[in-house]
Design a binder for this molecule. Structure first.
Ligand SMILES: Cc1cc2nc3c(=O)[nH]c(=O)nc-3n(C[C@H](O)[C@H](O)[C@H](O)COP(=O)(O)OP(=O)(O)OC[C@H]3O[C@@H](n4cnc5c(N)ncnc54)[C@H](O)[C@@H]3O)c2cc1C
Length: 456
């Protein structure tokens, strides 16, 4: 970006802001961030803590007003109604217009609704935006019972939010277990049980048929596909998100579900790019999704595009997959490829504690022993090391050697990971040390985690 150019970014979410910051670090060009949702950036993932009373909205806002002035990042709180790619101008809802040299669409996504009868009733809503949070605050005042439709990550967050206010929650989940289309059976069972242990009613293999109205046009109950009627005053729709691209309809920018881009985030229009939740790859790398709608990938998209805009055309290479979330009290981290159902050539080592609150799964290729992925529940591993193993193509055998170094909690390793190691030696007896030298403390010593004098 040259100094005299104007970079306009629609969307001040994590993708838009990360891009602006990276470009600003190396360019004095004019940069404008536009958002209809809020005047300033906030982390969407923290909205639930505001509802639960852990923080106020102002506590989750990471940058104070002076920051934007100091960085010379112009903020416009408005909605872009139209993009004219021929004239390189934007028409805003306020009536103003803005011209750009380079335009980046970082417009995120909104809750997806699937035309259920009654979905427009009062008390029915999704949870993505700040306005959704405000609406949820109004819609849940004094209510007793809620239904959350959809068994994904936003669904469980919404259920936790409602429970924090002593509102009864029923969750409708299409699969036999919670998130069974993503988690292997054991993890899905563990989380299903954990959700139930929090007093949330999980209705499995159930789908929403209709939302029924009371005499004031508000939700009074839902009807499931199997014919159950569940009385409620609030219906949370958490059946996925859809990219915010409707306003681009007449712009000449190609869209499908999202804005179609190549690996440089280029759209079909010159000087127009799209990143993060709203972008859809035309030709993703084999095995990769067409859309990546995560916090972590939002930052990676922004960093790759910033390099391109700063003159070093850079193709996006995500590297090993990573995601993290929280299922009530259980933290979840996943690295690389952990399928819900294994193919013939895939196998795993799996351990979980007796209380079913912690689990580790290492997935590998049966033939090559190459590590494919890691699932962690209730345990946190060092991100850099997991990433390194997958990026460098470690075999399971190499991973087992370094296992003691990956856990933040040595005590935990002493008590539990030895079991994983035993499983490994049972499955691969040829790898077992002759006199069982590779006990946990010896491995830790090898990796400098224990002094010679320390005893177990
Ligand atoms: C409740 C919740 C919990 C989540 N938890 C996790 C998690 O634990 N881990 C994880 O990896 N991901 C999580 N996600 C997903 C993650 O937050 C998103 O992938 C990420 O925030 C997307 O960032 P973005 O910058 O692409 O878009 P956004 O943050 O959505 O920002 C886009 C902005 O553009 C604005 N905009 C859109 N169209 C226009 C227009 N025409 N004019 C002006 N402004 C416009 C929008 O209003 C919005 O403010 C969660 C999402 C939600 C909703």
């Amino acid at each position: 970006m040259r100094q005299e150019q104007h970079l306009v970014i629609i969307g001040n979410g994590i993708a838009g802001v990360t891009l602006a910051q990276h470009v600003r670090r190396h360019s004095a060009c004019r940069i404008t961030l536009i958002s209809a949702e809020s005047a300033t950036h906030f982390p969407r993932t923290a909205l639930m803590y505001v509802y639960m009373g852990h923080m106020r909205f102002q506590d989750i806002v990471p940058y104070e007003d002076w920051y934007w002035t100091e960085q010379e990042l112009e903020l416009v709180h408005d909605y872009v109604e139209q993009v004219d790619t021929a004239k390189k101008t934007l028409s805003l809802r306020s009536g103003a217009s803005l011209s750009y040299d380079v335009l980046v669409l970082a417009t995120g996504s909104s809750a997806a609704f699937y035309n259920w009868p009654g979905q427009h009733l009062k008390g029915v809503q999704g949870l993505v935006t700040l306005q959704d949070l405000e609406l949820m605050e109004q819609n849940t005042q004094g209510i007793k019972q809620a239904v959350v439709v959809g068994g994904g990550l936003i669904g469980i967050e919404m259920a936790e939010m409602l429970k924090s206010r002593n509102i009864g929650v029923t969750m409708l989940v299409r699969d036999k277990l919670y998130w069974q289309n993503v988690l292997p059976l054991e993890e899905a069972q563990m989380i299903t049980d954990h959700i139930r242990s929090h007093g949330i009613e999980l209705l499995l293999q159930e789908e929403l048929q209709e939302i029924l109205a009371d005499e004031h046009g508000a939700a009074r109950a839902i009807l499931t596909r199997s014919g159950k009627e569940i009385s409620c005053q609030f219906v949370g729709i958490t059946t996925g998100v859809k990219p915010n691209v409707a306003f681009l309809q007449d712009s000449g920018i190609d869209t499908d579900k999202g804005v179609l881009v190549n690996e440089y985030f280029e759209t079909n229009q010159p000087d127009v790019y799209a990143i993060s939740d709203c972008a859809q790859f035309r030709n993703p790398a084999p095995g990769n999704p067409t859309m990546e709608q995560l916090w972590y990938t939002a930052r990676l998209h922004a960093e790759a595009l910033a390099a391109t805009l700063l003159g070093k055309r850079t193709a996006y290479e995500r590297g090993p997959w990573f995601n993290s979330a929280k299922f009530l009290d259980i933290e979840y981290q996943t690295y690389g490829f952990v399928p819900a159902r294994f193919k013939e050539e895939q196998e795993s080592l799996y351990w979980q504690n007796d209380e079913a609150t912690k689990a580790i799964r290492l997935v590998y290729d049966k033939n090559t022993h190459l590590l494919l992925g890691i699932n962690l529940l209730g345990i946190r591993y060092r991100h850099d090391l997991c990433h390194h193993w997958l990026k460098q193509g470690y075999t399971l055998d190499q991973v087992m050697q370094e296992l003691p170094a990956v856990n933040f909690d040595p005590e935990f390793f002493q008590r539990y990971e030895q079991e994983l190691l035993n499983q490994y030696y049972t499955r691969f007896p040829e790898q077992a040390p002759p006199v069982h030298q590779n006990t946990w403390w010896q491995l830790r010593k090898r990796f400098g985690l224990l002094s010679d004098s320390a005893s177990c």
